[in-house]
Design a protein around this ligand. Structure first.
Ligand SMILES: C[S@@+](CC[C@H](N)C(=O)[O-])C[C@H]1O[C@@H](n2cnc3c(N)ncnc32)[C@H](O)[C@@H]1O
Length: 254
């Protein structure tokens, strides 16, 4: 049986390796610059309707998202299953609270209700059954119909990543389930949200320059291009990273 994504980061070495992916001027860090720009906008917009923002970062890992947002909200909670990842997050957090728990466990109690929930680099990596269970668990934590779930899918096949699809198919046939060969269309994301009683409010596509091409261009130019193209009508559909803003469906039926 395949290992569940819940166990992917149990070792300290895996947690430390994850941190190195966001080294300055790396491809992941470039995407993060653009994601931060949109996260700031989303929180500012939410502020217009919510005087108080209770925030949850689910699968917070080493704290990338929660440490960026904790000062922009009123309360910040991070939930993470791996104590090793959480230990690294703890070193960076100033105000937020961290909980080491699995909200997808049948016995997990609902610890709070939130105006804003983020979950980054989780949904694509999680196996299909975990995706559904996690999204249902997040839906019950959204405070009301104006509360938002913000997450990303970094496996859009309608992007430069899709060019590697034949290669990934061969690798999967030979080596079995390999996460880097993971793809998820926007349609699949919408279906998942629907199953969990949620709907899409906004999709922002980004990530047009592959890590290989990035090595050939100056970082400043890549950043300029990414900032320019992100979220642009039509073009955004071809970004490898699709940022979703979702909310509870008007008539909740699950
Ligand atoms: C790739 S990391 C992303 C971390 C962070 N969200 C970020 O974007 O930098 C995914 C995280 O999901 C956590 N995870 C997996 N299953 C989980 C579960 N059921 N509950 C909480 N965290 C979980 C893993 O331990 C890992 O730290």
């Amino acid at each position: 049986m395949d290992k569940t994504y819940r166990e992917q980061f149990v070792c300290q070495s895996d947690a430390l390796t994850y941190e190195t992916q966001y080294a300055p001027m790396s491809a992941w860090e470039l995407l993060w610059q653009v994601e931060k720009m949109y996260l700031t906008q989303i929180v500012e917009n939410l502020r217009q309707s919510s005087a108080k923002i209770d925030y949850l970062d689910f699968a917070c890992g080493t704290g990338r998202i929660i440490t960026f947002l904790e000062d922009k909200v009123d309360t910040a909670t991070g939930i993470e299953i791996s104590p090793e990842m959480m230990a690294l997050a703890k070193q960076k957090l100033r105000r937020g609270t961290l909980l080491c728990k699995d909200i997808t466990a049948p016995s997990a109690e609902v610890e709070g209700a939130y105006d804003l929930i983020t979950t980054f680099r989780f949904i694509l990596n999680a196996e299909p059954s975990l995706r559904v269970t996690a999204f249902k668990a997040l839906a019950v934590r959204l405070k009301d119909e104006s509360s938002l779930l913000v997450f990303n899918n970094h496996g859009n096949p309608w992007s430069y990543k899709g060019l590697l699809w034949p290669y990934h198919q061969v690798c999967q046939a030979i080596f079995g389930d390999r996460r880097e060969g993971n793809y998820m269309t926007n349609q699949q994301v919408r279906a998942l949200l629907d199953e969990a009683g949620m709907e899409v409010v906004q999709v922002i596509g980004m990530g047009f320059i592959s890590p290989k091409i990035m090595q050939l261009l100056p970082y400043a130019l890549c950043e300029k291009i990414e900032r320019l193209l992100a979220g642009k009508p039509v073009i955004q559909a071809f970004g490898v990273n699709q940022l979703f803003v979702a909310r509870l469906k008007r008539s909740k039926s699950f």
